[in-house]
Each structure stands twice: as structure tokens, then as C-alpha cells.
Design a protein around this ligand. Structure first.
Ligand SMILES: [Fe+2]
Length: 306
């Protein structure tokens, strides 16, 4: 009998990647044929080019900035007051490789406590597992993070990306909780595999584990925010939506790409006692453009209230 949870995770993940159905918290769904959208996307890009908006959209997409955010967490141990997490989400580096250089110059030797990568390192679902990952290497080198550089997988990331990410010095966490220690106190981090397309009971079990004290969840998408809040998570960090990537000047994003918890498509939010943040992401999906939705790397500071 195989007792290594990583092996059973891998078998389950691979069967979803290779089958006709994917899995969300509300059940399985048939895979989309992305190629069938190609003509519509090409037409949309052509319309943008003819209207003169395409170049502006590409420039917007390349203009990544550092977004500082502070969370006051009532359960935060005193030793973690001021703790800094740098969250890089959704770089999709094969679609806009120039982004790597831009992110490196933006971060320029930044020192934080923890680097957290919340998935989608490549864009093309049919590309080789290593696609985009080499471009991530200089970004990792630009960040000093004594408590570690942690990665979870997004819906664009295959199981085969895990050993490649680990070779780059990242600690890949899949449906498990780790404790970060400081002066005898602990901060717990529960990190899930992607729940948008690769949800399994192991993700729910990891949330429901009994953990005492302050607890952060790192999940690619907001789609299990309600389950995390019920499990007593204090702070939920995610990405996936790119904040919509294209937002109308007079309203929210027309496309949210969330099957559940759809109110949490961007920015800071709250579900019951749990606080959450959905990063706009550093990169872009499908078309390398952004409008009214700036690309970001989030610099999160944890504070005790008062
Ligand atoms: Fe993404």
C-alpha cells in the first residue's frame, strides 16, 4: 500500500489532467475546447488593433506595480506583528515574457518574511510543463525571504511542474498545513492545490484539519472561501481572476471566471470573520492586454489590531 500522500495526489491530478472532465467543489465539469475560442479571440484582438487600443492594453499589462496592503488580524501572535508576505500571482510568463524583467526591476532585492506564489506560471494549457518557468527564476532570485519561498499550483499548472518548481528552490505545498515559528509562537499556512479545475476532497480535508491559532489559507482561486471561513481560517490569499483583467470604467469586470464565491473576484473582501484578498495578478491570460485593472505584486503586512 502506498502511504505517501504526494503519490496519491499525483495520480488523482494526472487522471483529471488527462481525462475529459475537470473537478470543482460543486462537482465535475466537461473540459472546454480552448481552440474553439481562437477565432473569436483573434477577431477581438483585431478590433482592438484597428481601434488603436491594443498597444495601450499591452503597455497596461506590462506596467506591474507593488501594491501594499495591511490586514489587522485579531488572532495574530505578537511575534508576527508586522510580518510581511510578498504575493506573486498568475504571472503566465509565456504569454508576456518581458514581465519577468519588469518584476525583477520592481522588486530589486526586496526583503520580506515569506514569498508566496499563488499559481498560473504558464498560460498555454497544451504547452510543455517547463513553459514559462525558466523566466520565473530571476524573479525568485530578486527576493530575499528567510521564512521560505512557497508555491501552490493554479489551474494552468500541470502536476509535472512540481519537480521543476522544486528544482528552482520553491517549496510546493499541496493540500497541507505548515507552521511558521517565531519566538515560540506559530503562524499556520494551509496551502491547497487549485480548486477551480482540480478540486478533490483532499483540499476540503486540509481546510478542516484541526489547527490552533492564527491561520492563513493560500488557494489559487476564491472558490472555497466559504468553506475556509467555516473552517476558521483568518486570512485567505488568492488570485486566478486577474481582477477581471479588463474592467469597464463604470463598473466591475465583465468576466470573473469564478463558479462560486463570485463576489470575491478582486481586492480585499470579508466572508464572516475571515478576511480575504484576491490579487489582480502580475500577468495576463489568453490575450496580453489589461484595461482599468492594474497588474500587481502584493506586499501584505500582517498587524495585530489596535
Ligand atoms: Fe491566471
Amino acid at each position: 500500500m502506498d502511504n505517501n500522500p504526494r503519490n496519491s495526489w499525483y495520480d488523482q491530478r494526472l487522471s483529471l489532467e488527462q481525462g475529459h472532465f475537470l473537478s470543482a467543489p460543486d462537482g465535475p465539469f466537461r473540459k472546454r475546447k480552448w481552440a474553439s475560442l481562437d477565432p473569436a479571440l483573434k477577431l477581438f484582438e483585431q478590433v482592438l488593433r484597428l481601434s488603436g487600443l491594443h498597444g495601450r492594453g499591452v503597455n497596461n499589462a506590462k506596467n506591474v506595480s507593488l501594491k501594499p496592503i495591511t490586514f489587522q488580524l485579531p488572532n495574530l501572535p505578537a511575534a508576527f506583528d508586522g510580518y510581511r508576505i510578498l504575493q506573486i500571482s498568475d504571472p503566465h510568463l509565456d504569454l508576456l515574457p518581458d514581465l519577468s524583467e519588469r518584476i525583477v526591476s520592481l522588486l530589486g532585492g526586496i526583503s520580506v518574511d515569506l514569498l508566496l506564489l499563488t499559481g498560473d506560471y504558464r498560460d498555454r494549457h497544451d504547452a510543455a510543463p517547463e513553459t514559462g518557468l525558466a523566466i520565473l527564476r530571476p524573479v525568485l532570485a530578486a527576493v530575499d525571504a528567510p521564512d521560505g519561498k512557497i508555491a501552490i499550483l493554479g489551474n494552468h499548472d500541470p502536476a509535472a511542474a512540481v519537480p521543476i518548481l522544486e528544482d528552482m528552490g520553491l517549496r510546493v505545498l499541496l493540500n497541507q498545513t505548515i507552521a511558521i515559528q517565531r519566538c515560540g509562537e506559530s503562524l499556520h499556512l494551509t496551502s491547497l492545490d487549485d480548486v477551480h479545475s482540480f478540486y478533490t476532497d483532499a483540499a476540503h480535508r486540509a481546510l478542516q484539519e484541526t489547527v490552533e491559532g492564527c491561520r492563513i489559507a493560500a488557494v489559487h482561486s476564491a472558490e472555497v472561501a466559504d468553506l475556509a471561513a467555516a473552517a476558521g481560517i483568518d486570512l485567505y490569499l488568492c488570485g486566478h481572476t486577474h481582477g477581471g483583467q479588463i474592467r469597464l470604467p463604470w463598473g466591475g469586470p465583465p468576466v470573473r471566471n469564478l463558479r462560486r464565491c463570485r463576489d470575491y473576484s478582486h481586492g480585499q473582501w470579508r466572508h464572516g470573520a475571515m478576511q480575504g484578498y484576491t490579487s489582480n495578478g502580475a500577468g495576463v491570460a489568453t490575450i496580453p492586454i489589461r484595461y482599468n485593472c492594474p497588474a500587481e505584486v502584493a506586499l501584505i503586512t500582517l498587524r495585530r489590531p489596535g
